[in-house]
Design a binder for this molecule. Structure first.
Ligand code: SAM
Length: 316
């Protein structure tokens, strides 16, 4: 047996031992976490973690005979801790609207989308992604940690949101592209971090982007394979700005080799506003289809909330 296939077979055994422990609900301190840490040290990507997730939390058997929610949460928290060195940590504000923005709390559609992304990591693997209205950044942080995109650009229009977003990215062990921000803004989060560009997987950028003011230069600069947005449809005025931005990103991509597709997750609070958004998309020749949501229940949020995931694309 060659070295490569021996290593591959050892990894299969290792993942199987995780799978057995998960489905028999072994205590966290009985999981092979130390070996996982060792294996992750020698890798630059998150495929091992994805493999473990696919064989445990995201496995069809888990849908049929799931270990308790509490156990699944603990299990997932341990995996994320090993990947990032810590649990997912987000600086948020308890008020729904703070400093005049909704962007300083994480919304349920972001959790819903993150679960879907973890189940469909191949959609994002090695792709360049632009997120609109990132807020605290949970959806993007999970995509960067578990789906191995090539490049991820977080964006928002609000200065306080952008500042908190950068801190959240750094606090979760991810690195930022140094060209695009002032490290003085996040001095505390930067302590003890290795900022070598080489370790930057994926390449992560945070940019200020106002949907009503998107320029052709920004469209060219931020061109990406996939656009993501969560919980950005909540006000009829915002809907029009968002449509105008999507139009620019999707339609200007028409003649290029790569074509952007948008994944948009929305909590449907006001069906009229949401319906209007879909009608406006039809009006400008942008197609959309509803995608089945996640089957796993990884994050805690109210499952009775109506959340819809749309795939949006240029129809022409
Ligand atoms: C309800 S929050 C959702 C935040 C995050 N995506 C989530 O799901 O937790 C909406 C976000 O969109 C941003 N936003 C609203 N209008 C915007 C605009 N015209 N241009 C850019 N961002 C905008 C806000 O700053 C805020 O961060």
């Amino acid at each position: 047996m060659s070295c490569v296939s021996a290593a591959w077979s050892q990894e299969q055994d290792f993942v199987r031992s995780f799978q057995r422990s998960f489905f028999t609900m072994r205590r966290m301190d009985c999981l092979p976490l130390a070996e996982l840490e060792e294996r992750l040290k020698n890798r630059k990507d998150s495929t091992l973690l994805q493999h473990i997730l696919q064989q445990t939390v995201l496995h069809p058997l888990c849908h049929k005979y799931p270990p308790s929610v509490k156990y699944r949460r603990l299990f997932l928290a341990e995996l994320i801790k090993k990947l990032s060195g810590e649990n997912i940590k987000l600086g948020e504000n308890v008020a729904i609207i703070s400093e005049g923005t909704t962007g300083l709390v994480t919304w349920e559609a972001a959790l819903f989308f993150a679960e879907w992304a973890m189940e469909n990591s191949e959609v994002f693997n090695c792709r360049s992604i632009l997120e609109l209205g990132s807020g605290t950044g949970l959806a993007g942080i999970i995509v960067c940690m578990t789906c191995a995109p090539k490049q991820y650009t977080f964006s928002d229009c609000h200065p306080s949101v952008l500042q908190q977003l950068r801190k959240n990215i750094l606090n979760n062990g991810l690195l930022l592209n140094l060209d695009t921000w002032n490290p003085k803004d996040c001095e505390a989060e930067l302590k003890n971090k290795n900022l070598s560009e080489e370790n930057q997987r994926p390449k992560i950028t945070v940019v200020g982007l106002e949907w009503s003011e998107v320029t052709q230069e920004q469209v060219a600069e931020l061109q990406s394979d996939i656009i993501i947005a969560t919980d950005v449809i909540y006000d009829p005025e915002v809907v029009l700005c968002l449509i105008s931005a999507l139009e620019k990103f999707l339609i200007s991509n028409e003649k290029k080799e790569r074509c952007s597709v948008v994944y948009l997750a929305s909590t449907i609070r006001n069906p009229e506003t949401y319906h209007r958004f879909k009608m406006e998309l039809d009006g400008v020749g942008i197609g959309h289809q509803v995608i089945t949501g996640p089957t796993s229940k990884v994050f805690p949020y109210n499952r009775a909330t109506k959340i819809e995931l749309l795939k949006i694309y240029n129809e022409t």
